[in-house]
Ligand binder design. Structure first.
Ligand code: OSB
Ligand code: MG
Length: 387
């Protein structure tokens, strides 16, 4: 693993004081190639929330992963817009920023709204990487040159439509298949996929669709040699998951419940899960994501990088994060083409036939931002400056 001291060094040292001149917010509509359905609903486009920080002639890009509706999390595009415009952006524009810890400290007095905070942290880290002439991966101490990836398959109208998609993504090389499940679309689906593919890495994600009363039902998933069951119980629960884990052979993985390093530590202390999904947006940015990575590495708990149907900008940050040594399981980092006809970056993210994505070594994000296409798809644009 990478010791915390090595990770934080480039983030705190050096003469870098970043004076941010402007915060641009853009809401950009990207249609999905096909609808994405989870236990809480179905979407057919993404309203991508971009943040662009300008400083000293450079631009740093970040993405707020909130959805339009408060389903996965209480945050929405609307709440993040308000919180960034009225509270977070003014603290960013206030004084020059000394480093990531300084930025995180400014945000910490505001409760919650992790996705809003993360969007600004991401953009800040892109700026910092550019100022240091480094890739994002190098900036955070990432060592992997390629990261292993899996695919998350939404609930389908029929089993045969699901099986077609499993086949397609295995063919494309994806190393792990994750099935979204809910009551009525769970046991028989996992049974059938496992029957046809006895040897693949297979997991399921319930997005909180069950309660502890379903312990026997969920126990039937133990027959399918799953890599993990992701977030079966309530989104803020840590206690019932510990009880459930005791009754299951299969490892539980927490997603929604892990909103920061304190929750991660509590979940590991209580043995509520044996695997953690790290999403930079859900935990409030790089500082928390790195801390959770370090905590899990120190306890030999595998972590993997989750996804939120990000555009290429959020995806580039996920790739950088997943290049850290502790990310030992395939992430939900698909090719741009898994979700979008055309992405906001160039080149787009591609998955090689061995199910890996290259970690760019070019400075900053490592991808060009396609300003022309962003402009074309923009629904809302706001530019905030110092008062
Ligand atoms: O639970 O991991 C989840 C997408 C939106 C909200 C929650 C989740 C997901 C995914 C998609 O599973 C992962 C991806 O971006 O490919
Ligand atoms: Mg999940």
């Amino acid at each position: 693993m990478v010791p915390a001291s090595q990770i934080s060094a480039p983030l705190t040292e050096g003469p870098t004081q970043i004076k941010v001149d402007g915060v641009e917010i853009r809401l950009v509509r990207l249609p999905l190639i096909e609808p994405f359905e989870t236990s809480f609903g179905k979407i057919d486009s993404r309203l991508i929330f971009l943040i662009c920080l300008s400083a000293g002639g450079l631009k740093g890009w970040g993405e707020v992963v909130a959805s339009e509706q408060p389903l996965y999390s209480y945050e929405t595009v609307g709440t993040a817009f308000h919180v960034i415009k009225d509270f977070l952006a003014p603290t960013v524009l206030d004084d020059p920023i000394a480093g990531l810890p300084d930025l995180a400290r400014r945000f910490s007095r505001f409760r919650g709204h992790n996705m809003a905070k993360a969007g600004l942290e991401l953009a800040f880290m892109d700026l910092l990487a550019q100022m240091n002439n480094q890739s994002l991966s190098a900036l955070i101490g990432g060592e992997r040159k390629r990261v292993a990836v899996g695919v998350s398959l939404g609930i389908q109208p029929t089993l045969s439509q699901l099986l077609k998609r499993v086949d397609k993504y295995l063919d494309l090389g994806y190393q792990r298949i994750k099935l979204k499940i809910k009551p009525g679309w769970d046991i028989s689906v996992a049974f059938e996929v496992r029957r046809i593919y006895p040897n693949i890495l297979l997991s399921v994600d319930a997005n909180s669709a069950y309660t502890l009363a379903d312990v026997d039902h969920l126990g039937r998933l133990d027959d399918f040699d799953l890599l993990m069951i992701e977030q079966p119980l309530q989104s803020d629960d840590i206690v019932d998951h510990a009880e459930l884990q005791q009754h299951l052979k299969t490892s539980l993985c927490l997603d929604e419940s892990i909103t920061g390093q304190r929750q991660a530590k509590a979940a590991l202390d209580l043995e509520s899960c044996r695997i953690i999904n790290i999403k930079i947006g859900r935990v409030g940015g790089y500082s928390e994501a790195l801390a959770i990575h370090d905590l899990c590495a120190a306890r030999s708990i595998p972590v993997w990088c989750g996804g939120m149907l990000e555009s290429g900008i959020g995806r580039a940050h996920n790739i950088a994060l997943a290049s850290l040594q502790g990310f030992t399981l395939p992430g939900d980092i698909s090719a741009s083409s898994r979700y979008f006809e055309r992405d906001l970056i160039s080149p787009e993210v591609t998955v090689a036939s061995d199910g890996t994505v290259t970690v760019p070594d070019a400075i900053g994000l490592g991808f060009e931002v396609d300003s022309f296409f962003i402009e074309r798809q923009t629904e809302t644009r706001v530019y905030l400056t110092r008062k």
